[in-house]
Design a protein around this ligand. Structure first.
Ligand code: ATP
Ligand code: MG
Ligand code: MG
Ligand code: MG
Length: 590
């Protein structure tokens, strides 16, 4: 859904504006942006992770959208608009119908045909271009939309920051060759820098993990914030910055066993011991004739993951053995004592286990050296499991402490610790947290191959198109701007995304203040200024001032007591008041 842009020169009268400010924090709000956006009457919760936008909120959203749209248009991307409700087939073709697992909202029509509410639109864009384009002459092409996405997030939180319905700007680039993709990627990256500069973020661009989607280069734009869910490492000496997920798994594909990062033992209180994990494994999934035991011959191991619903692929760092284990990273890897293959009966008996580890055998000493690094273990039944295959297609299972994993399977604990050496030089890494605001991603040919998007090249030969995918969290940005711009009294919007430019307050019993304020309002609006005018006749000055601070418009103008002397007060939301002659206000603001 796209939002109409804010109209210039609007006058919003608080006597009639559809807004109710609240003095109390909403019970479910953990972070300031969530608390304040609800209290100031910008949004209301409709269901967990699903919000209704009220007039003031909608105006901020429209301004954020406008900035995003301008910068996308400026790099020549063209706006389109897809449905959110989509058929299953394209997502089936790329494997994402199952890969998304429980994160996908699925539904059926009256004929029992499967549909989904799109979590992202790579498939649809790929098919659209395939539909209409057939020659290298048509490329490069970048398309974008600003659209509602649906993800049944395991843990919707922090209001708009992690919603289950949210607005994303997603764009996709189409090129004939790698150099073209690099150029499209660079353009998007630069556009994102302009977008986040304009939104007033303090942000950092970090290398991100490019694994599961099969791409090569990937970076995230993180708004620096303690409440962010992403941890990144930064080298202040050389500027290297990476999401710890990327720092943890330097290459998405195979990492040779011997290149596996060294690990350290650390006896963290409360961490399950390897033995206790073995017990759990045996209790849950063990067979008397094939007990599980810690794989004391394994060293650093990578596991490819597949879960019962087919949802996940990834990596985990396994480990015991004569080398030391980093218990913060992962507890252990296990294999059955006997190297007998798993059979269908194992899966019938334990439906939560992944089919992925049906294999000819478990991991032995010999194949250990060929096992590859993996990422993104999953929580199944409250326990984090990984399964893996070595190069020979043999399979192992690993069990890791739940502690280090969020419910949606991401690892929260940094493998890299403050003080670790920078991989690029002599510097030292520090860690910090951020909110993922945007993501630029070289998809390469994965989607084009799966959906057969080819064009004829200059020699008339059919070549597979190479793609990039680029996302900005638009509703998340509203919250992140609020998160970075508030104080104890309320929001404090940067001017270019504020719902209005001026918050005009009339205080006093006499009609003259209201008459004078009306004139000021009319004068401002005539100059194109957007004004919230507190014209409520029976509301006390204290309440009006508190509301002005809560709403967070950058400039407050008070027509009140000073009017007897022909003066009004003008004060920045977070600054010192100034007295001006009433006739000079418009000129001062404009
Ligand atoms: P996250 O790591 O926070 O779950 P993501 O990597 O899954 O985000 P992408 O698929 O890269 O998200 O989507 C592009 C952008 O959409 C993200 O950078 C983020 O700004 C936004 N976004 C993703 N999930 C949500 C959500 N649940 N609520 C609001 N915005 C979101
Ligand atoms: Mg996500
Ligand atoms: Mg992410
Ligand atoms: Mg992302």
């Amino acid at each position: 859904m796209s939002i109409v842009s804010a109209r210039q020169g609007d006058l919003l009268r608080l006597s009639t504006l559809f807004v109710r400010t609240l003095r109390e924090d909403p019970a479910d709000a953990e972070v300031a942006s969530h608390r304040l956006l609800v209290r100031a009457g910008y949004i209301r919760r409709a269901a967990p992770g699903i919000y209704t936008w009220l007039p003031l909120g909608l105006r901020v959203l429209a301004k954020v959208e406008a900035i995003v749209r301008e910068e996308m248009d400026a790099i020549g991307a063209q706006e389109v608009h897809f449905p959110a409700l989509l058929p299953r087939e394209p997502y089936e073709a790329t494997g994402r119908w199952t890969e998304y697992g429980p994160n996908l909202f699925r539904l059926q029509d009256r004929k029992q045909a499967d549909y989904l509410l799109a979590p992202t639109h790579e498939e649809m864009f790929t098919l659209l271009v395939k539909d209409l384009y057939s020659s290298y002459k048509d490329l490069p092409l970048s398309l974008y939309q600003i659209q509602t996405k649906y993800r049944d997030e395991a843990r919707p939180r922090a209001g708009l920051i992690r919603g289950r319905e949210f607005i994303m700007k997603d764009s996709y680039s189409f090129d004939v060759d790698d150099a073209g993709l690099d150029a499209s990627y660079a353009k998007h990256r630069a556009a994102y820098q302009r977008i986040f500069d304009r939104l007033g973020f303090e942000y950092v661009i970090v290398s991100a993990h490019a694994g599961a989607m099969g791409g090569s280069r990937s970076e995230e734009f993180l708004a620096k914030s303690e409440i962010g869910e992403d941890t990144y490492v930064e080298c202040l000496a050389c500027g290297y910055a990476a999401n710890v997920e990327a720092a943890r798994t330097p290459v998405p594909e195979a990492v040779p066993f011997d290149d596996a990062p060294a690990a350290h033992v650390e006896d963290t209180p409360g961490t399950p011991t390897i033995d206790s994990l073995v017990d759990v494994l045996n209790e849950r999934f063990g067979r008397a004739d094939r007990p599980w035991q810690a794989a004391d011959t394994l060293k650093n191991v990578l596991f490819r993951l597949t879960f019962p619903d087919g949802s996940t692929e990834g990596i985990a760092i396994g480990v015991p053995g004569d080398r030391e284990v980093d218990v913060k990273r992962m507890e252990a890897a296990f294999y059955p004592a006997e190297f007998a293959p798993f059979g269908e009966e194992d899966f019938a008996a334990h439906p939560t286990l992944a089919k992925g580890y049906i294999g000819p055998g478990a991991l032995g000493e010999e194949s250990a050296s060929k096992v590859r690094y993996l990422i993104d273990p999953r929580v199944v039944d409250g326990t984090s499991w990984v399964t893996g295959a070595d190069e020979a297609g043999k399979h192992v299972i690993g069990l890791v402490a739940g502690r280090d994993f969020t419910a949606d399977g991401t690892i929260e604990v940094a493998e890299v610790r403050p003080g670790d050496p920078c991989p690029n030089g002599d510097g030292v890494l520090t860690t910090a947290r951020g909110i993922e605001m945007g993501h630029v991603f070289q998809l390469g040919r994965k989607f084009a191959e799966a959906l057969d998007l080819k064009v004829l090249d200059v020699n008339g030969k059919a070549v597979t198109v190479t793609m990039g995918s680029y996302g900005v969290g638009v509703t998340r940005a509203v919250a992140a701007v609020a998160e970075g711009n508030h104080d104890a009294k309320g929001l404090a919007w940067p001017a270019h995304v504020a719902p209005a430019h001026v918050h005009l307050v009339a205080t006093g019993k006499g009609t003259e203040v209201f008459e004078a304020a009306e004139k000021v309002a009319a004068g401002l609006v005539a100059e194109g200024v957007e004004v919230i005018y507190d014209d409520r006749p029976k509301v006390s000055p204290g309440v009006k001032f508190a509301d002005a601070e809560l709403l967070g418009v950058p400039l407050v103008v008070v027509v009140g007591r000073g009017l007897a002397d022909g003066m009004v007060e003008v004060r920045p939301r977070a600054g010192e008041p100034e007295q001006l002659p009433v006739g000079g206000v418009v000129a001062h603001v404009v």
